[in-house]
Design a protein around this ligand. Structure first.
Ligand code: GDP
Ligand code: MG
Length: 140
């Protein structure tokens, strides 16, 4: 079934000039872009987006990192795009992410309180619906 996912090009991706490289991989895979917007995320948006991580030791640094500069929010569409983009992204930890993946090829670990790994992708149909509603209310 054709489905939609919410992707974020995180502030480290924007700062490092990797927007084009990441979007190229998304498009080259054959997924469509339904919506795309660069913005600085406010605290309420980030709290809603990362509600599942509230209370974890990396939650504060995560919200600070995600609000530290502009990010690009994207809604992508295609058959299996939710799992497919997670596969393109690779494992959460850049050191463990497979070569060939966005995180495996382009991200590494830093001595920082939160893992900076360039991209977010929704992890389920339910998450995608919820997250698209947060970032693009008009599409929700
Ligand atoms: P994702 O779905 O692969 O992005 O991973 P999660 O939803 O589990 O975590 C959200 C984000 O929090 C990750 O992308 C990382 O930026 C960060 N993060 C996750 N787990 C850890 C952790 O164990 N330690 C630290 N420092 N940061 C983490
Ligand atoms: Mg996640």
């Amino acid at each position: 079934m054709t489905e939609r996912t919410l992707i974020l090009l995180k502030p480290d991706a924007v700062e490092r000039g990797l927007r084009g490289e990441i979007l190229r991989r998304l498009e080259a895979k054959g997924y469509g872009i339904v919506a795309l917007d660069q913005r600085v995320a406010d605290a309420d948006t980030l709290a809603a987006h990362y509600a599942e991580h509230e209370g974890k030791p990396f939650y504060g640094p995560l919200v600070q990192y995600m609000g530290s500069g502009p990010l690009v929010a994207v809604v992508a569409e295609g058959e299996g795009v939710i799992a497919g983009f997670r596969s393109l992204a690779g494992a959460t930890n850049p050191t463990e992410a497979a070569p060939g993946s966005i995180r495996g090829d382009l991200a590494r670990e830093w001595d920082a309180p939160v893992i900076q790994n360039l991209v977010h992708g929704s992890d389920s149909v339910e998450s995608a619906t919820r997250e698209i509603g947060i970032w693009f209310p008009s599409l929700g």
